[in-house]
Design a protein. Structure first.
Length: 81
């Protein structure tokens, strides 16, 4: 990722760490609702999920554009075109 994105990546990591701590706390307290909430914050989409989404979009006839690096940069370039 570009250096400009490093601050955002740090913020995301801090949020994941906080959710992990909160999940452990909820487990210790037996708080099922909080466990569910924090577990959802820790879910990450992987390469398989991305490929499945692209396949589904293509099957529905929706064009899919794959960015060579950062999606935000690709979207900005498309807006300028």
């Amino acid at each position: 990722p570009p250096n400009i994105k490093s601050h955002e990546l740090v913020k995301r990591r801090e949020k994941r760490e906080k959710a992990t701590r909160e999940l452990e706390k909820a487990k210790e307290e037996g708080n099922i609702e909080e466990q569910d909430k924090q577990s959802k914050r820790l879910v990450r989409a992987g390469q398989k999920e991305n490929e499945d989404c692209k396949k589904l979009l293509r099957l529905m006839g929706v064009p899919v554009i794959e960015a060579p690096c950062e999606a935000e940069a690709q979207a900005a370039a498309l807006c300028l075109a």
